[in-house]
Design a protein around this ligand. Sequence first.
Ligand code: NDP
Length: 281
Amino acid sequence: MTLLDGKKVAEHWRELTKKRVQAFVKKAGKPPGLAVILVGEDPASKVYVRNKKLECEQVGIRSFQHNIESFAPVESLYDLIRKLNLDSNIHGILVQLPLPDAFDKNKVLSLISPFKDPDGMTYENLGYSWAGQSRVKSCTPQGVMEILKYYKIPVAGKHAVVVGRSNIVGKPMALYLMEADATVTVCHSKTKNLEEITATADILVVAVGQPKLIGKAGVKKGAVVIDVGMHRPADGNLCGDVKFEELEGWASAVTPVPGGVGPMTIAMLMKNTVDLAELTV
Ligand code: NDP
């Protein structure tokens, strides 16, 4: 079984992005800038924000962190986004999700300029993608496609099953696999006989947010399994949506958790920020 090492692929992307950042600085006289907004105190979000900041430092992107208290007036977030939209030092605005209940995610996504949307999450950018005109691709599914490319896993003509249909992972994942000429089935929480369907996949992508939902019984022998899930149980042992330990000697290739899709999500965030910065010079 091949371990699809997302850290290694991300390292490859780090070098590419570093070079692009250096070229951008020469042209623009300043580095690309990424604003990261953390609202509230969610511990997992804090870790994600810290990792993004560290990665910015590694590739030479300037990061600007903004913290907003969960009890702050909602307008303080909306006003900050409006201000960052106009700031020429900022090329990407990332609002770490999920937001505390009082804040309206839809409002946030409608406020972020589609030209400063390194997550590809604004409705305009999602619409462009579905029309086959991607301006910015969603980070996590784009990262998955890059893992498949790096390991030369053929996609065209394969049956890909995506479990999960969120705007951030499942839907764009299905789209990118379809664009790469896979035949795609999308499953979700109302899907009947889930394992019967997942067990027909040549490429199985699981993004459900349920620890260890899919095991050997839901995987075809020789399948490629991409585990997007990320869970931090009380015992501290990170795990995904897939029972990794059951797949040895059964699947042909699997992404581990941690060290699989996660590092690629950040690598694609850096890439997208540079893509957006380059639009301005
Ligand atoms: P969401 O909660 O937004 O979506 C989950 C999807 O899974 C929904 O479409 C839901 O169906 C479906 N689902 C839930 N339970 C089941 C079930 N029992 N059977 C079949 N389908 C089910 O989650 P996200 O897409 O944002 O994230 C998914 C996972 O990926 C999470 O673990 C998250 O932490 C992780 N993640 C990891 C990233 C990384 O970089 N590694 C980045 C982003 C997310 P329905 O639509 O019917 O409700």
